[in-house]
Write a protein that binds this ligand. Structure first.
Ligand SMILES: [Zn+2]
Length: 479
């Protein structure tokens, strides 16, 4: 397995990556609270961790990737009340929209998307353990975590409490022993979803939902916890406190990875600030490759400034340059097949391509430096730019060698995909059914029906070509 380094937000330094039980890697990423449509800020984080999982997999690790769905919280309840909807139904609806967008974006590394409300028994068990061990106390039908009982609180963020920050508005809650304590079980409010508990009906707080899920799926200690930078405090700080206090095991996580935020005019893109650009709109306007390129062509820990009318337009142009030789090679191979005749590749170019793939792996293995990897790919595209007209002279092996760095980019960065290709597995099963139906229509002389089937497939991104031996299909270029 390749040597990998990771910047750990806890130690604030780059460390060698050593999973607890190699080759297995447990990866947890805080998922969406689907109270509204996802925006392009959310997707930056999820695309980055998709690359982390893809890269580790390429390097021989076996990644189990979990992304929770916070399908019940205060924002969801407030939003649902506005539209007179069940909050759980509202969450389902927005989560489905997100999953479709994630599929379009090529995010396919997540093994499991657990819903918080499916873990109520685990949540109650954890809260009981915390009360039993003296870290939490019931009060007025709710249960609070007592921060003073966990001396390590603040070790990740360097921050102990929002309430004690100078100038912060302190909401006096008589149910709490101290203003820094936080609720882990909320007493039921009429009209809200609630569950029975030893402390009366109620619902879980946010932090405890995540730790209940990770304790169940990844164990008391696991390898990587990822999320956007804005979740360090209080969310991740509280996750550490809850899990370590409940289990007595430490550390909860070996590597804390935080992706920088997408900003507009320096401010975080967020629904509450009203400066959002919906992910589905961005996908419609620019396509998934341009978005992935925009995110990955930046250092992941830095803020990424998004300027409307500029950022994605520039990315589209740059990506087109980057991908041009990749698409040209793919076209030739698609047309003639991988065994095509032609000239072999000169040795120097072949070894250059091979060593580039090694360098790409090496570069990315240094704290997932996607920006540098893309810079290397740009170098290759410039190199091939001079050869564009000659590509069609090469044989199949030569083209495969020239295309190897792009294959790497496809596998690890999820770039250079043609839209729809990601669903190739499903298409491969469905398209032959349509082709057979079309062949039957032609056999009985119903050419109108045969043409209709061909046109419908084209509308779905599949191009048919009739050959003597039958019909061949390929993905029509839509990007
Ligand atoms: Zn979380």
């Amino acid at each position: 397995m390749r040597r990998v380094t990771v910047y750990d937000s806890m130690d604030r330094e780059v460390r060698a990556f050593a999973p607890r039980t190699p080759p297995r890697v447990g990866l947890f990423v805080c998922g969406l609270t689907p109270y509204d449509e996802a925006h392009i800020g959310h997707a930056r984080t999820f695309v980055f961790f998709d690359v982390v999982a893809r890269a580790l997999t390429r390097w021989g690790y076996r990644v189990f990737s979990v992304q929770n769905v916070t399908n019940l919280d205060d924002k969801l309840i407030d939003r649902a009340a506005e539209s007179d909807e069940d909050p759980l139904v509202l969450a389902d609806r927005h989560f489905l929209t997100w999953r479709i967008a994630a599929e379009r974006l090529g995010i396919r590394s997540v093994n499991y998307y657990p819903y918080a409300t499916d873990y109520t028994p685990e949540i109650l068990t954890q809260i009981e353990a915390l009360v039993h061990r003296g870290f939490a106390y019931p009060s007025a039908g709710s249960v609070y975590f007592e921060v003073a009982k966990f001396p390590g609180y603040g070790k990740l963020s360097g921050q102990r409490t929002e309430a004690l920050r100078p100038g912060a508005r302190v909401e006096v809650d008589p149910a709490k022993r101290s203003p820094e304590d936080f609720v882990i079980w909320k007493a039921a409010t009429p009209g809200e979803p609630s569950w029975e508990s030893p402390w009366g009906p109620g619902r879980p707080g946010w932090h405890v939902e995540d730790t209940a899920i990770t304790l169940r799926l990844l164990g008391a200690r696991y390898d990587i916890h990822g999320a956007g930078l804005d979740l360090i405090f209080p969310h991740h700080e509280s996750e550490i406190a809850l899990a370590e206090a409940a289990t007595g095991e430490s550390p909860l996580v070996n590597y804390w990875m935080h992706a920088g935020l997408l900003t507009m005019k320096g401010e975080k893109m967020s629904k509450s600030l009203g400066n959002v650009y919906a992910l589905s709109t961005a996908l419609d306007e620019f396509g998934p490759m341009v978005l992935r390129f925009f995110y990955l062509n930046a250092q992941y820990r830095s803020p990424l400034e998004f300027v409307r009318g500029k950022s994605l337009e520039e990315s589209r142009e740059a990506y087109a340059t980057l991908a041009l030789p990749a698409h040209r090679i793919a076209e030739i191979v698609e047309r003639d097949g991988p065994e095509r005749a032609g000239e072999p590749l000169p040795d120097d170019l072949a070894s250059e391509a091979e060593s580039l793939v090694d360098r790409l792996d090496e570069t990315l293995a240094e704290d997932f430096n996607t920006r540098e990897a893309i810079a290397l790919l740009f170098g290759w595209s410039r190199r091939l730019g001079a050869l564009l007209e000659r590509l069609a002279d090469y044989d199949g092996d030569a083209l495969a060698e020239l295309g190897a760095p792009y294959d790497w980019g496809r596998e690890v960065l999820g770039l250079f995909e043609r839209v729809g290709e990601g669903r190739a597995g499903a298409w491969a099963k469905l398209v032959p059914v349509a082709i057979a139906a079309r062949a039957r229509a032609r056999a009985r002389g119903d050419f109108a029906e045969a043409d209709r089937i061909r046109d419908e497939l084209l509308g779905a991104g599949i191009r048919l070509e009739d050959h003597a031996a039958g019909s061949r299909w390929s993905f029509a270029r839509t990007d």
